[in-house]
Design a protein around this ligand. Sequence first.
Ligand code: TEU
Ligand code: CA
Length: 555
Amino acid sequence: MSLDDEATPGATRPWWKDAVVYQVYPRSFLDSNGDGIGDLPGVTARLDYLQDLGVDVVWLSPHFDSPNADNGYDIRDYRQVMADFGTMADFDAMLAGMTARGMRLIIDLVVNHSSDEHAWFVESRKSQDNPYRDYYIWRDGKDGGPPNNYHAFFGGPAWTLDQATGQYYLHYFAAKQPDLNWENPKVRDEVHDLMRFWLDKGVSGFRMDVIPFISKQPGLPDLTPQERRAPQFVYAAGPKLHDYLSEMRHEVLAHYDTLTVGEAFGLTPDAAQHMMDSRRSELDLVFNFDIVRMDIDGWRKTSWTLPRLKALYSQQDAAAGPFGWNTVFLSNHDNPRAVSHFGDDDPEWVERSAKVLNTLILTQRGTPFLYQGDELGMTNYPFQTLDDFDDLEVSGRWRDLQGRVSEAEYLANARSMGRDNARTPMQWTDDPHGGFTLGTPWLAVNPNAAAINARDQAGRADAVLSHCRDLIAFRRGSVDLREGDYEDLDPDHAQVFAYRRGEGLVVMLNFGREAVAYTLPDHLTVEGVAFGEAVVEGRIVTLDGWTSVILAIRL
Ligand code: TEU
Ligand code: CA
């Protein structure tokens, strides 16, 4: 690993630029005690699996005490482990197991809002002069209704009237997720303290949930009709975001060796670059959602094209510039399965296309974030009715749309884009419930677990899992992939994604079932196949349907 960081020669290259991160959604990873809910001992039981895959960092979705209105993104106690997931001793054992295997752990920091069952909110709602009142955002109503026309992401107004004190409180998400008031220095101090609590236990950083939203618009004016179509761009443009993040860096993060990655939901590319610029003291990485949301209009799924995907990668790479660094991902717990969204989940093609997508994630410029199950090519779930879902985003949005949209249209949309597609339990074996639980799973396991599961793939050299493991190892040994610059060789081609990485590699991905014979530009000399499979004759490379190859080249 080179020691110099290309951005600031002489500075050591941060470890997270070379790391491969794997997101664990603990509720759906492995159930160790038969209650149908994944838990921390389940994660510990699979650390050898993650080490064998070659994972450097685990991002753990919220493990904190929560009533689970939003599956843990509604925290009731930031210093307690959710009882469903186990105990603090289980957390410590999991972290020790990761450390012993040379892995790091980053946890989810959900501090734009808490649960309405958090002690702070229980106090805050008691009276208008309670010492905790200003931990949240309370306002008088206007004209007999909410203080403004903000709409919640999970349906209904973003304000709920608290009868006891006659005021409304703000919640960008569910009513059980009241927004914290970051204007209040006591709130910021509380957050800094809880961050130190986990960092002092040995955690290596945080993924920061909707962090751009913590600074609210002064005066909270109404949204215009245009703004209401995508309120996140207003919510993320508060005037004090960068002040709060700089303070967090100064007060907490600067005193530890950490990785911080912020959800850039609602940020413009410039604001995102601002947040991750290594010359500033804010965060290290951001999740830019332009790609995973390129075929979403409001709530509706639209369509995407490969040239559009390529343009977004080039835009993100340019926006990062010499002082930024991107994350590379195609899925997470909020998005459909990568192979169903961007690949081809027909049983005949699913493995091949999953390998192509994992090649994209692991060879693009930036830090790759794999989502649990994508190393197997797990697919979307065949939801039949709205009752099959267990996501307040699906139910809340349906309450908004009923009467304006047919149930058939809404169901079709939820089937393709609903978050539960990524939350069905991990498929470990072809045993009942995919070997995830000996009980009844909290969310049904995909019936294709018999065909797509880790045990079957562990024994097959041609499996998605083997390909992913081998490519992670290849990437670790390649300075071009970890540090090299990025050049899209053919932005307009509708089926082939071909790009140069550094001085010595070209990656080619065939995003279709038809074989393609592709001629590389004449400024490149192909020296041979470095990874994958393709027929190479001079600069003509033939890729079978849904295959990818990494070529050794000379400029
Ligand atoms: O998600 C915020 C966010 O980006 C989601 O609103 C996402 O865009 C939407 O669900 C896509 O359909 C974060 C967490 O990742 C999510 O799980 C939580 O529900 C949300 O914040 C509130 O904490
Ligand atoms: Ca369990």
